[in-house]
Design a protein around this ligand. Sequence first.
Ligand code: HEC
Length: 137
Amino acid sequence: MKKSVLVLGLIVLFLTSCGEKKKEEVKTEEAPKVETVKEAPVVVDNLELGKKLFAEKTCTTCHQADAKVIGPSIKDINKVYADQNADIVKFLKGEAEAIVDTDPGQVAIMKANLDGFVKDLSGDELAAIAAYMRSVK
Ligand code: HEC
């Protein structure tokens, strides 16, 4: 009689400890899945948003993909920024000097935009604009 109680006790202990383990496993499996789902679409959205802002915020008036209009072309800007490993967002935030066209008259034209309306754009919006510019090849 005593023996069978002991055996029953052991079986119960075994079953409950197994159940707990299963729960833990499920938890750790779920966590990384959520992250990958979150990240993937953001890149595409960024480019779309950046393209939209670049047109809406009149950047296109002075910056064409290939040709210099008033400001340097997007491709010329990309080339200098890639060569010098510089950050377009920093420039747009007014935290870095002009490196593409350093003619004071030209810098003043762009500076007027930065002080005028670019300062009202959020960090996310500036990052989207920079991502779009870099995507112009
Ligand atoms: C009225 C014309 C004009 C508009 C509008 C304009 N830019 Fe510019 N931009 C310029 C000129 C001129 C330069 C060259 C001077 C310079 O490099 O800072 C320039 C330079 C730049 C540069 C290179 C800066 C460097 O390091 O030399 C970036 C990046 C840039 N513009 C981004 C933008 C973005 C993004 C917008 C829209 C939010 C915009 N520009 C709107 C005229 C303009």
